[in-house]
Design a protein around this ligand. Structure first.
Ligand code: ATP
Ligand code: MG
Length: 572
């Protein structure tokens, strides 16, 4: 056995280990595997260890998505095995009983849903299913400055596309009267007070742990001002929890529970001017609607104390709060707040821009809901920060589309090829390398072809290459516009370059390729690449939304608008 064999074996196990651990392989783990595999062939650990160490260092230098695609090429079975182990079902919920679990997904109707929302809603929905429980869709629309009518429906459409079904749907804003009653109960109990200090003062007080004079008002006086807040034009007044202004948990320094927002609400109109904050509405709604296991992202952890305190004070049932890490993807804005300005400033083309992690953007570029689900499962519900590369979503998608996507030829940057003595033939070529059921197309060829300019630049006069699935060609002459060749027959010549081609019956089309939107936190002006090329004629018959593979190019989702074909690049 050659040292080369050690290198090769080490490389695939290093890739496998790196992919499992977010791009960084561990030498010791890889050494163990490689020794186990190679020792029986007479190789000693002494020979193996230094090679593995070097290979692991090399593998750790390449990005995760490249690691995934390399392993996919070199040892796909390891990738599948690894993924199978990780295609886990969700861990058990604490204190959960079959038939009694209630979960909810609470989006604010202020934008299109993105892959972070997919994570939250899939986890909520799957838990309800796992325990034969109920899943509630609740629109947290208690900030009329943010809520917009169009987004209620848009978000529902996006959830449907993900395959999520809900047992109940309602709007938090429908329950404001109930919220007011509970607020009044807290006022009477002396647990809250109205505060009309300027926001700056409130902030300072929190920072320095100092109480303000409003805190000493009597419940009766507080009630009077609260009534005024609700009904009149009283401004700059909030209702605060009587927490502890010196509490180490700053979220307990008399958080605001209600504030005045004078803006027409898309569903409630101008019925209310006092709106609950997330601290209040979230806790109350989870409790009243019967939710047993509400999930929140980890950044709310400090606010859990306030959540439970409110429910204690109101003697309401306490759900079991669960937390997971907010999903972040390198170079992508996984937040409505970050996506909105990109659209407003015209930096991206809209909510379905293929560079965005919105569900609409992902859908447009051919990422399937099942792939998103598998990706979410593979991430799990750990609390540790997960900043992952989009390559993981791509790998999950590739696994689904690869066995079913029809293959076609696309010539990226075409140049004309004239083959003298080329036979005029009608050639049937399979649309998939292994699945015959996916059919074939018949191409009529003559002596004129289009091939990729960059392929031709690699070859010189006298070199031989193969027009894939057709015949061999020897290059006789080249000029700027045309390559002239000679047909050398159909018999495969091993080692010759196989290239994709079209006849002069081609379809002119553009393919858009998304790249990362942010590089070092800065907008990447080259994030959308447009490729002009020729596709083979059969592509003109593909209907919108089919995901195909352009061989040696990548998976592409097709849009066919009255014969004008556009491709959106999903991944390699
Ligand atoms: P955004 O910045 O996108 O508006 P948000 O948390 O304010 O984020 P909401 O509509 O309030 O958006 O979120 C609805 C649910 O989706 C919440 O439970 C929230 O925790 C969850 N969620 C939102 N973004 C992510 C993310 N990136 N990863 C995981 N969960 C998320
Ligand atoms: Mg929000």
């Amino acid at each position: 056995m050659s040292p080369d064999k050690i290198k090769k074996t080490a490389r695939i196990y290093a890739l496998q280990n790196a992919i499992t651990f977010n791009g960084k392989a561990n030498s010791k783990a890889v050494i163990g595997k490689v020794i186990a595999v190679l020792q029986k062939n007479g190789f000693s650990p002494k020979e193996i260890i230094p090679v593995v160490n070097k290979v692991v260092a090399d593998v750790n230098k390449i990005p995760l998505d490249e690691q995934v695609s390399e392993l996919e090429k070199k040892a796909p079975e390891l990738l599948i095995k690894e993924k199978k182990e990780r295609d886990f079902s969700l861990p058990d919920l604490p204190t959960a009983e079959k038939g009694k679990v209630v979960t909810r997904f609470p989006p604010e109707p202020n934008g299109y849903l993105h892959i972070g929302h997919a994570k939250a809603s899939i986890v909520d929905y799957e838990y309800a299913r796992m325990y034969d429980g109920k899943f509630i869709l609740r629109f947290d629309d208690t900030n009329p400055e943010n809520a917009q009518l169009e987004f209620y429906d848009v978000q529902k459409e996006d959830l449907c596309w993900l395959g999520i079904e809900w047992d109940k749907e309602y709007h938090t804003s429908d329950n404001l009267d109930k919220h007011y009653k509970l607020a009044e109960q807290l006022i009477k109990q002396g647990d809250v007070y109205v505060c009309n200090c300027p926001p700056d003062e409130v902030k300072k007080g929190r920072y320095h742990g100092k109480e303000c004079i409003c805190r000493s008002c009597s419940p009766d006086k507080n009630m009077d001002i609260w009534k005024e807040m609700i009904s009149s034009s009283l401004d700059c007044t909030v209702l605060r929890l009587r927490g502890d202004m010196k509490c180490a948990n700053t979220a307990m320094r008399d958080p605001t529970l209600f504030r005045i927002i004078e803006k027409e609400h898309p569903l409630q109109g101008d019925k209310y001017r006092v709106w609950p904050t997330y601290d209040f509405a979230g806790a109350i709604e989870d409790s009243l609607s019967g939710v047993t296991h509400p999930f929140r992202t980890k950044e709310y952890e400090l606010r859990d104390e306030c959540y439970y305190r409110l429910l204690d004070l109101l003697k309401l049932r306490k759900p079991y709060l669960m937390e997971f890490a907010r999903l972040s993807i390198t170079g992508m804005p996984v937040s409505k707040r970050k996506i909105k300005p990109l659209i407003e400033q015209g930096l991206v083309l809209g909510y379905d821009d293929i560079r965005l992690p919105t569900l609409r953007g992902l859908r447009k570029r051919g990422i399937l809901p099942e792939a998103i689900k598998n990706f979410v499962f593979s991430q799990g519900i750990s609390k540790s920060e997960s900043n992952v590369t989009f390559g993981l979503v791509e790998a999950a998608n590739r696994k689904i589309v690869d066995p079913v996507a029809r293959r076609y030829f696309f010539v990226n940057g075409p140049v004309k090829l004239v083959v003298e003595n080329a036979p005029k033939i009608k050639k049937s070529i399979d649309l998939h390398p292994t699945d015959k059921k996916l059919g074939c197309r018949t191409i009529k060829t003559d002596d004129t072809f289009y091939v990729q300019k960059s392929d031709m630049e690699k070859l010189k006069t006298g070199d031989v290459f193969r027009l894939k699935d057709l015949f061999n060609v020897k290059i006789k002459k080249k000029n700027k516009e045309t390559v002239f060749g000679e047909c050398l027959g159909e018999k495969l010549i091993s080692g010759s370059l196989k290239i994709q081609w079209t006849t002069d019956n081609f379809v002119k089309m553009n393919v858009f390729i998304p790249h990362v939107l942010f590089k070092n936190e800065k907008f990447n002006p080259d994030s959308l690449e447009k490729i002009e090329g020729f596709a083979e004629e059969a592509v003109s018959k593909i209907k919108t939304a089919e995901i195909i593979q352009f061989e040696r190019f990548g998976f592409v989702r097709i849009e066919n608008k009255k014969g004008e074909i556009t491709g959106f690049f999903a991944h390699k």
